[in-house]
Design a binder for this molecule. Structure first.
Ligand code: MN
Length: 380
């Protein structure tokens, strides 16, 4: 099967048919395996993956084996008949800032006269707590947010619809197994807690963000919507995608892991109104998923089933690898032209963004991870 959704992938999601109940399913080709119908297990007769995720890595492994033995002969629900829902009831949501190229670009754009990176950047994976309740599934329209905006040359803020609406192409990591309050998750604990990976678009209103973010970080410029893919790719399907990340200098503190850090060779593609505008590589990120998880819990903060932490914007070193329109248009100063001849800086009402992801498959070839789509609707 060449769809990218073959036997070596088998991602999990939540679907319904003809207004029926939401249930957990696994995608195989262009069909969905109804896991409750196939296994009778109660954790699949649920409107989210959370009950299954809470069972932990040994059950995830056994279930993946069982599903691989079932899908070939099973009666699948045609994908075209399935409505796909938010796969996870998101508990806490944290967004990082793990790309050196993205952080450097944003630093140069926002602080042209200062250092591109803040003094802490190479010592810890910077992050902030986002709004879990506004994480939505791919395909959900995004209403242009309104708020306070103040351009650098304006003397006072005004209220109104964002004039600098943007995307951030990211990966999301879904936590299944919880951790104990007061205990840190070690660097080596990623696979004990993280079930899988989603595509993620951290919609961002740059004008609202630029005015509000000092000194406590992003708030209303980010909290209006975060889109994730309907399919969660299990970490087990990414066994062939692990690569060494670029060297870290200085060597981080011991709790952030020994020597070489391992990341995922996931290729990202951003489309605006059907035209490819960028191809960011996740393999050039600075901070790894294991480092983000270790840092997130080093103070004893516990993990809950359904926690979601995201990579931060994925940007590579080349101009065609930038993961936001802020960077692609260099702060709005350098409009870019898409294949259909139209010129762009930030998002206009009616624009549709689709972010696609693919990774090396365990059996050779590639898996296509769930896509993240969203159309901008005018402010209300
Ligand atoms: Mn972000």
């Amino acid at each position: 099967m060449s769809s990218g959704f073959g036997i070596d992938h088998l991602p999990y999601g939540v679907f319904s048919v003809a207004g029926g109940p939401r249930r957990v399913g696994v995608r195989y080709g262009n069909g969905v395996l109804d896991l409750h119908a196939a296994t009778g297990r109660p954790e699949f007769d649920q409107p989210s993956l959370n009950a299954f995720l809470a069972l932990g890595p040994e059950v995830w492994r056994q279930t993946r084996e069982e599903v691989a033995g079932l899908v070939e002969a099973a009666d699948l629900v045609p994908l075209a008949d399935a409505v796909l829902h938010l796969p996870v009831e998101v508990a806490d949501y944290v967004d990082f800032y793990a790309s050196l190229d993205h952080a450097s670009n944003v630093g140069r754009i926002f602080r042209p006269d200062g250092e591109a990176l803040t003094p802490n950047w190479r010592h810890l994976p910077i992050g902030y707590h986002g709004r879990a309740g506004t994480v939505v599934v791919s395909g959900t329209p995004v209403t242009r947010p309104s708020g306070q905006r103040k351009a650098p040359d304006e003397t006072a803020p005004t209220y109104g619809p964002s004039r600098r609406l943007d995307i951030e192409a990211e990966l999301g990591f879904v936590v299944g197994a919880p951790s104990e309050l007061g205990s840190a998750v070690p660097f080596a604990g990623l696979a004990d807690h993280v079930f899988g990976v989603t595509g993620l678009n951290d919609w961002s209103a740059r004008d609202i963000q630029a005015w509000e973010y000092v000194p406590l970080g992003p708030f209303l410029g980010k909290s209006f919507a975060t889109s994730i893919s309907p399919w969660v790719t299990p970490l087990a399907a990414l066994d062939a995608a692990w690569v060494d990340l670029p060297e870290q200098d200085p060597v981080p503190l011991p709790y952030l892991g020994p020597g070489a850090t391992r990341g995922l060779d996931i290729a990202v593609q951003i489309e605006l109104n059907g035209e490819v505008v960028s191809r960011p590589p996740y393999r050039t990120m600075y901070w790894s998923p294991a480092q983000m998880l270790a840092h997130l819990t080093v103070n004893g903060a516990s993990l809950r089933t359904g926690d979601l932490f995201a990579s931060g914007t994925i940007s590579g070193p080349e101009p065609g690898q930038r993961g936001s329109f802020l960077e692609l248009s260099w702060g709005g100063k350098e409009p870019f032209t898409t294949g259909d001849g139209t010129s762009h800086t930030f998002l206009e009402d009616g624009d549709e963004v689709v972010i696609r992801y693919s990774a090396p498959a365990t059996g050779g070839g590639r898996i296509a991870m769930g896509e993240v789509a969203g159309r901008v609707e005018r402010a209300r």
